[in-house]
Design a protein around this ligand. Structure first.
Ligand SMILES: *Cc1c(COP(=O)(O)O)cnc(C)c1O
Length: 391
């Protein structure tokens, strides 16, 4: 499709190829394998001489529509879908790094990403140095001769710290280092890292791309040269996105823009209300002028996003009181849903990392994270007020 179309048009139309039945909505192809016309064609498909489907571990028409659509939204040449966000990150690291290689990543990343890079990958000889998201000089200082990859997630989870993508790209590219950005929180609607020079974008499609909390999925988007490396790993190792999940996700993309804009607008409203609340010690939201990287966020993102973190006055007891007083907000660690969710990161998403790692990441016992959905903001405020006023 012509990529001069606007994002919302690409989100609805890109990648669709109608079958012989001329269906209007995208078809769901539930098939593990494909039939060839002849022995010669089978051989040509297996060798890669002829393009076409072979086996759904590496190609499926429904998965292809999702991949093309997301690639168009990110401004990427190509995209590889995976079974989850974590398998996207695993596939990227397995595809690009070998034993002896080194990664620089930020301290404030998603808990499982910290586990993967900080514990599991080290067993295979791939080391990671964690540095502050917001300190570009620390990224430069962490570079070693073996550094292969900068991996960042901006805004970070849950504190919404913003990395200066263009500045880190400049530092990395001067040393031949690949830069990957986890764009889960913003999605291409609010931030397009590839436009800022990044090499690869990673997604947990489980979050906003689905947007309705139904399925797990992930993706890696970027140049064909790099995504082909990821595909090679996927083809052999198999953390593939299922056709059914791809179908859910590509329909999710169709409403991504209106959801992101509505949820971000509500988040800003809620953040302002929380900031003025007497029982709230601090609010972390990139759309508030009080955010330490407000200027950068204004430049790099089209809005503050839908995640608001805040510290209550007190510690774990007070934070848990707010959680337990809610009747509407869902107590769950998921985010990116139309239903607003409330999490106590220190005891859930970031519960498996050590207290020292938690302290380094700035995650206190008083911290709560709200992932704002599509409910009316007044109803969300009323629900939080019950717990807050009880502190
Ligand atoms: C959820 C999440 C992941 C992991 O994605 P899954 O689909 O749950 O495997 C990675 N990065 C970020 C920022 C996330 O929020």
């Amino acid at each position: 499709m012509d990529h001069s179309y606007q994002l919302e048009t690409l989100a609805v139309r890109e990648g669709q190829a109608r079958s012989q039945f001329n269906e209007h909505s995208e078809a769901l192809y539930l098939t593990s394998s494909y039939v060839f016309d002849s022995a010669a064609q089978a051989a040509a498909r297996f060798s890669g001489e002829e393009e076409g489907n072979v086996y759904s571990r590496f190609t499926n028409p429904t998965v292809s529509v999702f991949q093309q659509r997301l690639a168009a939204l990110e401004g990427a040449e190509d995209c590889v879908a995976t079974s989850s966000g974590m398998s996207a990150i695993l596939s990227l690291v397995m595809a690009l790094c070998s034993s002896g290689d080194h990664i620089v990543a930020s301290t404030g990343m998603f808990g499982a990403t910290q586990q993967l890079l900080g514990n599991i990958m080290t067993r295979f000889g791939v080391r990671t140095t964690f540095v502050s998201q917001t300190d570009a000089a620390a990224w430069a200082a962490a570079i070693e001769p073996a550094t292969k990859l900068f991996f960042l997630e901006t805004p970070s989870n849950p504190l919404t710290e913003i990395a200066d993508i263009a500045a880190l790209v400049q530092i990395a590219h001067a040393r031949g280092i690949i830069v990957a950005v986890d764009n889960c929180f913003c999605t291409p609607i609010l931030q397009r890292p590839l436009d800022l020079g990044v090499d690869l974008v990673v997604h947990s499609a489980t979050k906003y791309l689905d947007g309705q909390g139904r399925v797990l999925g992930g993706a890696v988007a970027g140049s064909k040269k790099l995504t082909d490396e990821v595909l090679k790993f996927l083809r052999t190792a198999g953390p593939t996105l299922s056709a059914f999940n791809a179908w859910i996700l590509l329909k999710g993309l169709e409403t991504l823009k209106i959801r992101m804009e509505a949820q971000s607008a509500s988040a800003l409203q809620l953040a302002r209300w929380l900031e003025a609340h007497p029982k709230v010690a601090r609010v972390y939201y990139p759309g508030l002028p009080s955010h330490p990287q407000y200027e950068l966020a204004q430049r790099q993102q089209t809005s503050g996003g839908a995640i608001v973190a805040f510290e209550v006055k007190g510690a774990r007891d007070e934070a848990w009181k707010v959680v337990d007083s809610c009747r509407l907000l869902s107590i769950t660690a998921n985010l990116g849903d139309t239903k607003t969710t409330l999490t106590h990161p220190a005891s859930t998403t970031h519960g498996r990392i050590t207290p020292e790692q938690r302290a380094a990441a700035g995650i206190t016992e008083a911290l709560l994270r709200v992932a704002v959905g599509l409910e009316a903001v007044v109803d969300l405020q009323e629900d939080l007020e019950r717990g807050l006023s009880g502190i």
